[in-house]
Design a protein around this ligand. Structure first.
Ligand code: CUK
Ligand code: CUA
Length: 641
């Protein structure tokens, strides 16, 4: 145990040595010439478009940001798990239900891993999924509208980290717990963790047409921490792989406890086998409360349903479904190469990378060469499944992506570098410093059978001197590399928002073709929509007042409202009658708690207002929509009770 502490210290010390070295190097050489060739490669002329979309996780912002590559320009922040003032997401009556959970309304989360839907191992650009880490949830964003359209809570999970990765036909989006917890939750001493706390791996089916999510089954696993996961593909399609740490099942993870075992595991799950088992009536229903929230594009309204039970599967009852592959040094990233043969465990306390072979794994399973089953699950022998090791590749490997040309790119947090190596020969080809302390790397399609190996984006944890100082907090820093040649070439630094963990990239044309420009007013099925202008009106029902309002350049109808009293609850149901691309209107009401709305053409949104003061109060449009934007305004008269 002492040794492991010393080991970590030595890693940290070498880390600072490495980074000093790196910054020195960058100051030498012909920077001017380098800069101008790099500038040309990232330059997107005014009016031109980028080649790729990059969807970058917002980390503790709870959202997802959209960038263009190679320019590094930010196009949009898509609100997912957090309220978002710019669009009113989570504030308007229509979108509040999206943030509903079994713990109540949760307006802020931590989002980690976006993954784009696939068909036959290719990115299809229909949806992007992302996990809410803190209050476990999986969200689906529709890439036609860039709106979050579904969020499903994951019960029996805590720290929903080994999520949200999709199988090669988007049969499932998978969510694994980071923390093991009592399942079902109950009051018990924390130090009785061992053997009693459980981890859950949830397979959430995605309906082929609608994309509707449903927890098909939940695998109840030993009490490890499940860190990351990746699907098998090609020959390993039908399997899913999860890295684990804390296989000691310790209830306190001070370093001495967590790193006792020299090896933890990659758990290999044959989900096809379990799917068959549950389709034949296997598994047990367990009471579990979790929210399922769906946003409808036609009603422009979200509804939240509370589910009551979940189907659980005990892996010991499905022989041949789950195996444990010993993997050194607390593996973090769990990455499968495009062919589906190699499963890479990035042992974060190690200098080496471990590569397992799917073929060898199957061979060992078929010949029943096991090393016991300490947790009731067969454990394979390390040497039996090992394809090879990338030796002394760097310090503190975290994540690996692939370029589709036989190369892998692994990030090293401690030595702060991106290392390119050949998947077959396991030889290091190139290494480039990262400024500073890289977490994930993303190659568009790099987590599919068909990567687009032109650019790699590393997402760095520490920014320091890379940008002008902005007080104690700096945005995180991403770095764009050209990976089309043998050597990686650093092209660009750009700031990212929140703390990006993973990202997903896709060629722009796949998304552009399907992008929806407007919501059709004629198809607006909102309960409180005002489709005909003449229907704009004010209706009272006790002390509730419903204002059916329309907006079009550049006025509101009605724009003078009287008869409101202190103590009333006023609902402004506002329909945007524009039918032109990119002409939203805003609505701001003085003194309203959720003070503003932003409404897209053809859409209806609702703001509530409970006036507390007598007077005549203005409202106005917040989005500069025409030369008469400043005239887009109105008054409400509030009389005493
Ligand atoms: S984690 Cu953040 S750097 Cu959530 Cu994928 Cu490894
Ligand atoms: Cu509508 Cu400004």
């Amino acid at each position: 145990m002492k040794n492991s502490i010393l080991y970590i210290f030595s890693l940290i010390i070498s880390a600072s040595f490495f980074s000093c070295n790196n910054s020195e190097n960058s100051k030498n050489g012909d920077r001017g010439a380098l800069a101008s060739s790099a500038a040309e490669k990232v330059y997107v002329a005014p009016g031109e478009h980028d080649d790729f979309y990059a969807f970058i996780s917002g980390g503790y912002s709870g959202n997802l940001t959209v960038y263009g590559l190679p320019s590094g320009r930010m196009f949009k922040e898509i609100p997912v798990f957090s309220q978002f003032p710019t669009s009113g997401y989570g504030y308007s009556e229509e979108t509040k239900p999206m943030l509903n959970t079994s713990h109540g309304f949760i307006p802020w989360d931590d989002s980690h891993h976006p993954d784009i839907s696939q068909t036959e191992g290719k990115l299809d650009g229909r949806w992007i999924f992302i996990n809410g880490n803190n209050t476990p949830r999986i969200a689906k964003i529709d890439l036609k509208t860039f709106e979050t359209t579904e969020i499903i809570e994951v019960p029996n999970s805590a720290g929903n980290h080994s999520s949200s990765f999709v199988t090669e036909n988007t049969e499932y989006v998978v969510a694994g717990t980071r923390f093991s917890v009592p399942v079902p939750q109950q009051d018990m001493p924390i130090n009785e963790y061992k053997g009693k706390f459980k981890g859950t791996l949830s397979f959430i089916s995605v309906a082929p047409e609608t994309g509707r999510m449903n927890i098909k089954f939940q695998l109840i696993m030993p009490g490890f921490d499940y860190d990351l996961s990746h699907p098998g593909r090609g020959k390993s399609h039908g399997w899913f792989f999860f890295t684990t740490y804390n296989t000691e099942e310790a209830n306190t993870l001070l370093e001495v406890n967590a790193s006792q075992n020299d090896k933890d595991f990659i758990a290999a799950v044959n989900w096809k086998k379990i799917e068959e088992y549950v389709n034949n009536g296997g598994g047990k229903m367990m009471p579990a409360e979790y929210a399922h929230n769906v946003y409808d594009d036609h009603t422009h309204t979200a509804t939240s349903t509370m589910k009551k039970e979940v189907l659980t599967v005990d892996p010991t009852e499905v022989p041949g479904a789950v195996f444990l592959l010993p993997t050194p040094k607390s593996p973090h990233g769990c990455d499968v190469d495009p062919s589906g043969e190699y499963i890479i465990g990035n042992g974060k306390l190690s200098a080496d990378l471990t590569i397992h072979s799917f073929t060898k794994m199957i061979d060992a399973i078929e010949n029943k060469r096991f090393d016991g089953d300490a947790y009731g699950i067969p454990i394979l022998k390390f040497e039996d499944v090992l394809a090879g090791t990338v030796k002394q590749a760097g310090l503190g490997p975290l994540h690996t992506e692939f370029d589709g040309k036989g190369n892998a790119y692994t990030t090293f947090f401690i030595s702060s570098e991106l290392v390119k190596w050949n998947v077959e020969t396991q030889e290091v080809i190139d290494r480039q410093p990262n400024y500073y302390s890289v977490g994930h790397v993303m190659i568009p399609g790099g987590n599919s059978a068909h990567p687009f190996g032109k650019y790699a984006v590393s997402m760095n944890k520490i920014t320091k001197d890379r940008y002008l100082p902005t007080g104690p907090e700096l945005e995180h820093s991403a770095q764009l590399f050209d990976i089309s040649g043998d050597k990686m070439e650093l092209l660009l630094d750009f700031p990212t928002h929140g703390e990006p963990h993973y990202a997903a990239g896709i060629p722009a044309e796949i998304i552009k073709e399907n992008s929806q420009k407007i919501y059709k007013l004629a198809e607006n099925k909102h309960e409180y929509a005002t489709i005909a202008n003449g229907d704009a009106r004010v209706e009272r029902d006790g002390n509730e007042v419903h204002v059916y309002m329309t907006m079009i350049r550049s006025h509101f109808t009605p724009d003078n409202i009287e008869g409101i009293k202190v103590g009333d609850k006023v609902y402004f149901h506002i329909t945007n009658h524009e039918q032109d691309f990119d002409v939203p209107h805003g609505f701001a009401m003085i003194g309203a708690n959720n003070a503003e709305l932003l409404i897209m053409p053809g859409q209806t949104k609702t703001l509530t207002w409970e006036p507390k003061k007598v007077g005549v109060w203005p409202f106005y449009c917040t989005d500069f929509c025409s030369a008469l934007h400043q005239e887009m305004q109105g008054y409400i008269r509030v009389s005493p009770k």
